[in-house]
Design a protein around this ligand. Sequence first.
Ligand code: FAD
Length: 471
Amino acid sequence: MSTPLMTDSKVDADQLQAFAMQMRGPVLTPEDPAYEEARTIWNGLIDRRPGMIAQCSCAADVVDAVNFAREHGLVVSIKGGGHNVAGNAVNDDGIVIDLSQMRGVHVDAPTGRVRAQGGATLGDLDRETQLCGLAVPAGVVSTTGVAGLTLHGGAGHLRRKHGLTIDNLLSVDIVTADGELRRASATENEDLFWAVRGAGSNFGVVTSFEFQAHPIGPMVMVGAIFYPLDEIKTLLPAWRDYVSASSNELSSVAITWSVPPHEPFPPEHHGRPVLVVAAAYAGPVDEGEPVVQPLRELGEPLLDLSGPWPWLGLQSGFDALYPKGGFYYWKSRALDELSSEAIDDIADFAGRRPSPLTDIIVWHNGGAIADIGESDTAYGGRDAGYLVTVEASWDDPALSDDAIAWARECWDAMGRHSTGGIYLNFAGFGEEKEALVKAGYGTNYERLRHLKAKYDPANLFRMNLNVPPAG
Ligand SMILES: Cc1cc2nc3c(=O)[nH]c(=O)nc-3n(C[C@H](O)[C@H](O)[C@H](O)COP(=O)(O)OP(=O)(O)OC[C@H]3O[C@@H](n4cnc5c(N)ncnc54)[C@H](O)[C@@H]3O)c2cc1C
């Protein structure tokens, strides 16, 4: 007689064995030596024990895993890069559809069209596209998954020139809840294509993305200027006034932070609270130099690492600051204006960060992001000129309560200056549930609920920022 295998007894050993035999990639259970590593994700706060981890090696494996999960009533998580702060890539007792073995990237150099499998990281994408002098606009840390980042927007150093990652998405191959592998694009399953561009994790498992890449690099002009944090109330308005009048080639952020205690930072500045003005110019280096120059003259810098940087160096330059296994709780607010009241609040919270690893980032948005209509994709809040991300990061577990409380308090304060929108890739634990998701999608929310009812009426894909099916 077969023994029930999972704690909720939905699968017995024979059923599991039949499933594992059918798959090309391994199906890991708690007895497998590889299970412990496979269940860990980037945020060290998350400690979950799935009943099984299906490490898919191809789209056919994903189809089998989705069918198996649905037929056995299992809780489903999808794991791309595993960077989601809330830990939606893993669950307790259910099945993880793990795409970390599917990281292939193929570039068609003449057209600049790029295909990336559903488990690729931003580093995989950059490495391959730079061979052809191209880049797909995405995020700023190379270990982040292409999938999760893209499916809820995707913002990085090229955002004002080329928009969000979804604005450069041409098609996806996606396995929907009924186990069908579908292509969604501007001409096939158009409604599904609309929905995945902002709410993707609700609609199925994306096995492959097709992007339009753009020429960039190999060198780009970068601004990286460290100013004393205690001058933030004069620096931030000056930064705002300059970037708000700049061309779309310039994408800039201002970060409240502490200088890390290691190379390449000079020992005399280690641990010093700073406002870092960072910027990338999406064009020739010599054109970028005079555009970045005024950012180097906003005050008296402590340190200035500006200059031509390799694109690949820029894209992985922040990796070491966000190690796997650290503790993270990040939230966000969209702002129309960076008012002096908002700056006062940022200064106040920056002055009492719970850890030197914690930061607040003000992203200057607009540009190409706002050139696309609010209802053209599911993504909500394109008009907001700024995004404030409140990034509590720490490495001492004893700080957890204080760090999360600080982030929530800061997030509440930012709410007073906000349009009401948030960026769902920085959504904390999503603990506000429907209110948060509604704030993220704004006027697109109801249409999303109807599409969810069409493609996933039983809400199989619900370990995410969940859009409940209409009705
Ligand atoms: C260090 C760091 C830096 C970051 N920098 C940026 C940045 O510069 N710009 C930015 O926009 N965001 C950034 N983010 C936020 C990031 O976009 C989100 O954390 C995103 O969820 C990460 O995607 P992932 O695939 O790594 O995560 P995962 O945890 O694997 O997945 C995230 C969500 O997507 C779903 N999902 C994953 N793969 C698939 C798939 N193939 N098909 C369908 N659903 C899937 C998961 O179920 C989950 O709900 C950063 C995050 C971190 C931790």
